[in-house]
Design a protein around this ligand. Structure first.
Ligand code: FES
Ligand code: FES
Length: 189
């Protein structure tokens, strides 16, 4: 019989207690034990960023942590971002407005990477956004609309929470010119 350890944690404001095998990854625990399948699993070795969640407000790759490591801690998954069933989180709203996704596989991880990024840098440049996105792989979009969405969310944050209209974002000249050539550590322009 495998050893099991008890984990107590708060996920999206709800308290859970579960007995788990010490080898269970946080990503698998969230998906299989708690049924929170919004946390996606791509590479399972820390490269793609699809599994990103917040632990105590910091973005972490849940495929690189064991569930037992979050004992006594607070976790936020994409299911916990929206304030209620009727409203989206402003960043989700911005992704919606800017068409910042196609298949959506990368989206939960990108949202959870960008939440603390915008908290720490509320007025980021396009280059800073591209650097911040470099740990999250998207195979569909080419990134431009994701960058636009993050810019839109930042502008909305600066304006007190509302996401600007599409025309306001599209009119800014720096948004569509792609900026400088991507350097190491940035998503391509
Ligand atoms: S599944 Fe965790 S980084 Fe890819
Ligand atoms: S939208 Fe498909 S992987 Fe990003």
């Amino acid at each position: 019989m495998h050893q099991r350890l008890t984990v107590n944690l708060v996920v999206n404001g709800e308290t859970y207690e579960r007995d788990v095998e010490p080898r269970i990854l946080l990503s698998d625990f969230l998906r299989h034990d708690l049924g929170l399948t919004g946390t996606h699993v791509g590479c399972e070795h820390g490269v793609c960023g699809a599994c990103t969640v917040l632990v105590e407000g910091e973005a972490v790759r849940s495929c690189l942590m064991f569930a037992v490591q979050v004992d006594g801690r607070q976790v936020t998954t994409v299911e916990g971002l929206a304030p209620n069933a009727e409203e989206l989180h402003p960043l989700q709203e911005a992704f919606w407005e800017s068409h910042g996704l196609q298949c959506g596989f990368c989206t939960p991880g990108i949202l959870l990477s960008m939440v603390p990024f915008l908290e720490s840098n509320p007025d980021p440049s396009e280059k800073e956004i591209r650097e911040a996105l470099s740990g999250n792989l998207c195979r569909c979009t080419g990134y431009q609309n994701i960058v636009d969405a993050v810019q839109r969310a930042a502008a909305g944050q600066a304006a007190g929470g509302a996401t600007p209209e599409a025309a306001d974002v599209a009119d800014e000249p720096s948004r569509r010119d792609g900026g400088d050539e991507a350097t190491a550590g940035e998503v391509p322009a």
